[in-house]
Design a binder for this molecule. Structure first.
Ligand SMILES: [Zn+2]
Length: 155
């Protein structure tokens, strides 16, 4: 069993983390699936959350390694298909909040697989401001530049 502090940066002790406690079975949880690297369990609202077992704050945390990212992506697809069938819905949102302003409440990276029905008054996407093409090109270029600077190919 991995101690929470072992996952900390340069030996710094991780502050208490609800999801690390869940991984270490210090807190009860309704477990759905797990691998060596990943745990899937029911949120308090009853839909699945997928999280890496090793503590990482969110996508900005450099401790998030490639193998975990790949496993998370595969698990998202599997769990989304299971949710669609299990809850008899036609739609799911796959969402993660990264940072306080995005609504991240637990500081341990996790992905919500939310079953959706029409008019369920959950998160609404597609209501954003629509920008003119030159502004779209500019923003696309800004991200493209950073992407090319920061990520080696095939990560
Ligand atoms: Zn944690």
């Amino acid at each position: 069993m991995r101690a929470t502090s072992e996952a900390g940066v340069s030996g710094e002790k991780e502050r208490s983390c609800t999801f690390c406690d869940i991984v270490q079975e210090k807190l009860p949880v309704s477990k759905i699936e797990e691998t060596d690297k990943i745990i899937v369990f029911a949120s308090l609202s009853g839909y699945p959350l997928i999280a890496p077992k090793k503590h990482v704050d969110n996508v900005f945390d450099e401790r998030l390694d490639k193998e975990v990212v790949h496993e998370l992506a595969e698990m998202e697809v599997r769990v989304a298909r299971a949710v669609r069938s299990a809850f008899s819905v036609d739609a799911v949102n796959i969402i993660s909040a990264n940072g306080k302003a995005a609504g991240q409440q637990v500081n341990h990276y996790h992905i919500h697989i939310m079953p959706r029905t029409a008019n369920d008054n959950q998160i609404k996407l597609g209501k954003e401001v629509i920008l003119p093409r030159p502004e779209l090109d500019l923003r696309a270029d800004l991200v493209k530049t950073r992407l090319n600077e920061q990520l080696p190919p095939h990560v």
